[in-house]
Design a protein around this ligand. Structure first.
Ligand code: GLC
Length: 536
């Protein structure tokens, strides 16, 4: 609990670090743990509360660490276990929390468990993975597709069976119906929890349990050309099975053996199914990641609807959360444009629920175009040319104007954005009106304003490009007015009340302005205004 009596993960702001791209300390062009330690003061100044690291465990890197070959080690590329322990201590002594990525759905094909499992049909680990006889025609057992292209089944000639992989061939899925698998992963969780980590972001948690009969998935009637091929079939039988909630609850119980920790689930599902991951009586994940803002059309009316649908779908007592970007989706600054990226920041940091920031979004990093011969992402390699590549949102953090943006003294593993000599932390920090200054001001405002951290949310009717809502806690109320268009708009005081005062504009130039009668917003402007507390 923090001072206000709320659990830290409710009042806090989360920040995702993609370790390969944050800070290189040993001149190999890839970020590492010591690099993260070096940059912790930056995160403290930014004002975030918890750091989530994408995987740092031993891995052949077929999917850049989401293919783990040893769950309780550190890949030498990122450092040593001593470095990790130093990081945890440094994170905690900086007043931050530390979240690790847990990837329980699949291992690397090089994990010792899978090496054993594929050894023979009667190996004790055979049933740790999902093995099936060929279909009647000798082909794959069913029509399930890999998210990264092709069939989700790979034939293993020596044992004459297929194994299932929802992602790459090199990422065989574990069999979560096997209690021994569950116990093994729960022990992995305990290993890291004992080391002091404050929680997990669980990779593709909605994938863990598959249909017991492995029925064919139905075709997707809404499939459009140009979309990734795996979307041709729905995932009715391959994901989001009812029994998965039992597993999520078990994971939650493991975290609770260690006190106040958090369980976050990566889940791409429609809102009404997403919220089931809070579990019966909220005994599931505390934060089933809400990615609605990542995929929405950027318009005031669609966002208003998403917020209403989400708020309406939350089970009683469930705490909301919002995400604007991650290492799998195009950068927000490219999705919504540079001007709207500031409005998006204000939205993220004024909604009800824990916000998660993706590294670099706070300096407005955009999607970097990667030349075809420089592509590293296996998704883009397998399904080229339709824009699924994830390298462009994983480029090195732009720290300063020195060579390689201060990220590394040697050539980075992915090319840098061409504008890094001006779009970097040092420059933007020196500019009182930069997007970085805006992020810092928003984070500070959120923290000092209980109405924003924990207050109620209520929509206010608005038209066109205007998105309007109120946040209210005991004795305090603020109204957020966001202009999602490029033309000016006006908000009448009947919508927001009289005697209001601007607390923050996305342009950072009208603090303390009194609003009498009408609040005028410039194109692409958002403001937070303090308003008289109607309830008070
Ligand atoms: C998750 C990760 C993604 C990875 C996939 C397979 O969606 O975020 O990066 O490729 O799982 O592990």
């Amino acid at each position: 609990m923090d001072q206000s009596g709320e659990p830290w993960w409710q009042s806090g702001i989360f920040y995702q670090v993609y370790p390969r791209s944050f800070q290189d300390s040993n001149a190999d062009g890839v970020g590492d743990i010591t690099g993260i330690i070096i940059r912790l003061p930056y995160l403290v100044t930014l004002g975030v509360d918890a750091v989530w690291l994408s995987p740092i465990f031993p891995s052949p890197m077929a999917d850049f660490g989401y293919d783990i070959s040893d769950y309780t080690g550190i890949d030498p590329l990122f450092g040593t276990m001593e470095d990790f322990d130093t990081l945890v201590n440094a994170v905690h002594s900086s007043g931050l929390k530390m979240i690790l990525d847990l990837v329980p759905n699949h291992t690397s094909e090089q994990h010792a468990w899978f090496v054993e499992s594929r050894n023979s049909r009667d190996n004790p680990k055979r049933d740790w993975y999902i093995w099936r006889d060929p279909g009647p025609d000798g082909g794959p057992p069913n029509n399930w597709l890999s998210e990264f292209g092709g069939s989700a089944w790979t034939y293993d000639a020596p044992t004459g069976q297929y194994y299932y992989h929802a992602f790459l061939t090199q990422q065989p899925d574990l069999n979560w119906r096997n209690p021994a698998v569950r116990e093994a992963i729960y022990d992995v969780m305990r290993f890291w929890l004992r080391k002091g980590v404050d929680g997990f972001r669980v990779d593709v948690i909605w994938h863990l349990i598959k249909d017991a009969e492995f029925r064919d998935n139905p075709p997707n009637p809404y499939y459009r050309d140009g979309r990734p091929p795996h979307e041709k079939i729905l995932t009715r039988y391959s994901t989001d099975q009812p029994e998965v909630h039992e597993v999520v609850a078990e994971m939650r119980r493991v975290t609770e053996e260690f006190g106040s920790r958090v369980l976050i689930g990566e889940i791409y599902l429609p809102l009404e199914r997403l919220v089931a991951y809070y579990g019966n009586d909220l005994r599931g994940a505390q934060m089933p990641f809400n990615f609605a803002l990542i995929s929405t059309l950027w318009s005031a009316r669609s966002i208003e609807k998403i917020i209403a649908d989400y708020e309406g779908a939350l089970p009683p007592g469930a705490w909301p959360n919002w995400v604007l970007g991650n290492h799998d989706r195009p950068r927000v600054a490219s999705r919504v444009g540079t001007e709207q990226a500031r409005v998006a920041a204000m939205l993220l940091l004024t909604l009800r629920g824990t916000p998660t920031l993706y590294y670099g979004d706070e300096i407005g990093m955009h999607q970097v175009a990667i030349a075809p011969d420089q592509v590293r992402d296996p998704f883009e390699k397998n399904v080229p040319g339709i824009g699924v590549g994830r390298d462009g949102c994983r480029t090195p953090m732009q720290w300063d104007a020195t060579p390689n943006a201060g990220f590394s003294t040697s050539t980075p593993w992915l090319s840098l954005a061409s504008d890094f000599s001006h779009e970097n932390v040092v420059n933007l920090d020196a500019d009182a009106q930069s997007i970085l200054s805006l992020y810092k001001a928003l984070i500070k405002l959120r923290k000092q304003t209980p109405a924003l951290t924990s207050g109620d949310y209520s929509p206010i009717a608005a038209q066109g490009d205007l998105l309007l809502y109120r946040r209210q806690s005991e004795g305090q109320a603020v109204v957020i007015a966001l202009n999602l268009g490029a033309e000016p708009v006006s908000v009448t005081s009947s919508s927001i009340g009289f005697d209001s005062k601007v607390l923050l504009s996305t342009f950072l130039d009208r603090q303390d302005e009194s609003i009498e009668g009408v609040l005028d917003l410039r194109g692409n402007e958002g403001v937070v205004v303090s308003v008289p507390d109607q309830a008070g």
